[in-house]
Ligand binder design. Sequence first.
Ligand SMILES: NC(=O)c1ccc[n+]([C@@H]2O[C@H](COP(=O)([O-])OP(=O)(O)OC[C@H]3O[C@@H](n4cnc5c(N)ncnc54)[C@H](OP(=O)(O)O)[C@@H]3O)[C@@H](O)[C@H]2O)c1
Length: 250
Amino acid sequence: MDVRGSVCLVTGASSGIGAATARALSLRGARVLAAGSDRGRTEAVAAGAGGTALVADLEQEGAALKLAAAAQAVHGRVDVLVNNAGVGWAGEFAAMPETEIARLVQVDLTAALLLTRALLPGMAERGRGHVVSVGSIAGHAGGRGEAVYAACKAALAAFTESLRQEHARSPVGFSVVIPGPVATPFFDRRGVPYARAFPRPVPAERVAAAIVHAIRRDRPQVVVPGWLDGPMRLRGALPELYRPLVDRFG
Ligand SMILES: NC(=O)c1ccc[n+]([C@@H]2O[C@H](COP(=O)([O-])OP(=O)(O)OC[C@H]3O[C@@H](n4cnc5c(N)ncnc54)[C@H](OP(=O)(O)O)[C@@H]3O)[C@@H](O)[C@H]2O)c1
């Protein structure tokens, strides 16, 4: 769909990929609703994108529905939802505190489901809309020390695919954008830096461009960088070849 003039709610817009997406959508003529939990950074990004800041802590019960209502109140509708807010946690699953499991599932998955549930009926009724969820390569390849994060991201991909099937005859589109490592504060915030020499983190702007592309071209799935699609396909087509490679290099 054409993003010009459309009302776009971007969660996690106060930092990294979300901030870059807010700017990219604004440059394409969208009316941006920038959501984040940090008021100062959210307002700064919203001002830079000529949009509106919406402050919400998506970890809190009821916050996603309140955010959806607040977003709809600004211009009377939301045409595009970018489910981007997310947090990581790194370490052995058996040592992961229950509170951290609940936090990841709430912010990375449940908030996206609830926001989509709240905003989708309006999009379907108006016959115009798009929902993009930001997944992760971890959701397809798995990741040592990232079991819950990977599970949430895999769920977002399955959610997107299921909604595409449910809305196959509707003009509302659904995409999942699947980044590999991206140069944002994400790793510092989870407390464990990105340590691999390869693949190298890509700039957030590259993922933002993929998100805008997914909306404009109604792409079911976009992988960033594109070559990471190769290992994902190998896992699906030849798991017996993929698994020893992951055990050795993963
Ligand atoms: N960086 C990577 O390598 C990478 C790779 C694959 C996928 N991703 C995904 O990309 C998305 C964006 O991450 P990023 O790399 O841009 O990281 P980031 O710079 O840390 O940004 C994360 C965003 O999520 C928001 N957020 C976190 N907890 C929240 C909460 N409780 N309530 C509301 N908002 C909350 C943050 O808002 P505040 O700052 O205002 O709290 C921030 O805007 C995430 O879903 C992440 O899983 C990242």
